[in-house]
Design a protein around this ligand. Structure first.
Ligand code: NAD
Length: 252
């Protein structure tokens, strides 16, 4: 493997990486030299993804099942990464779900589920890794937020709240751990066709195009390269930042 790979000898944990954007993030980190723990609620799919990415990149790619909304499960995920790799340099908090509905029809259970995975999950996984990164005096945490958390989206009070919460969490933690050379940043994707978005009504998908100055939806690769940059040493002086990767949909 070439010495010039920017993430050579780095060890990463990517949550929700059995498919979709998380899988592409895992592949991109591995293509840049990192070993990766594929951590997902779907154990079998995570195993298959790990095998596929290991064959494609030659890096050490291992799978584990995790429910990020459960603190013990999140800790076990980080313990597994330490057992496999010896250290954890990069955590990407990507696992996320939607349960969309207008507030009048939104169940309390759908509020709790979305906040529990999308926001408390980020807390659980970050808390589990931070002590290790503090000891190492090195770490990169990248959280996946959303345009929905920055601008708000009707029908997504739960999801928008969780993703806005991720922004506040990112900035607060960045201040807490900066003195140990741990950076904490967020990427806010726009509309990226994946399994998560496949059931959205066609008219809504078409209408979203009109709000995107670049006139097209994004690709998982375009989110993954932003994450890989923030996870690299090139981004060593960037912390507490929210990087929108949305074709200009939301300009702050
Ligand atoms: P996806 O549904 O394809 O993938 C999400 C993955 O997370 C799945 O593999 C799923 O099994 C896993 N997951 C779900 N609950 C989990 C849990 N409790 N513990 C561990 N893993 C769990 O979705 P995606 O489109 O790839 O989204 C990835 C991230 O990007 C999410 O945080 C999402 O909110 C965010 N995002 C997506 C878009 C988009 O347009 N697709 C836009 C903005 C933000």
């Amino acid at each position: 493997m070439s010495q010039t790979l920017p993430l050579k000898d780095k060890n990463a944990v990517v949550t929700g990486s059995a498919r979709g954007i998380g899988k592409m993030i895992a592949l991109t980190l591995a293509q840049r030299g990192a070993n990766v723990l594929i951590a997902d609620l779907r154990a079998e799919l995570a195993e298959a993804t790990a095998k596929e990415l290991a064959e494609a990149t030659g890096c050490k790619i291992v799978a584990t099942s995790v429910d990020v909304s459960n603190a013990e499960s999140a800790k076990a995920m980080i313990d597994k990464a330490v057992a496999e790799f010896g250290r954890v340099d990069i955590l990407v908090n990507n696992a996320g779900i939607t349960r969309d509905n207008l507030i009048m029809r939104m169940d309390e259970a759908d509020w709790d589920l979305v906040l529990g995975i999308n926001l408390k999950g980020v807390f659980n996984c970050s808390k589990a890794v931070v002590r290790i990164m503090m000891k190492q005096r090195y770490g990169r945490i990248v959280n996946i937020s959303s345009v929905s958390g920055l601008a708000g989206q009707a029908g997504q009070t739960n999801y928008s709240s969780s993703k806005a919460g991720v922004v506040g969490f990112t900035k607060a933690l960045a201040r807490e751990v900066g003195s140990r050379q741990i950076t904490v940043n967020a990427v806010a994707p726009g509309f990226i066709p994946t399994d998560l978005t496949k059931d959205l009504p066609e008219e809504l998908k078409e209408a979203s195009l009109k709000q995107i100055p670049l006139g097209r939806w994004g690709k998982p690769e375009e989110i993954a390269s932003a994450v890989a940059f923030l996870a690299s040493d090139e981004a060593a002086y960037i912390t507490g930042h929210v990087l929108s990767v949305d074709g200009g949909m939301v300009m702050m």
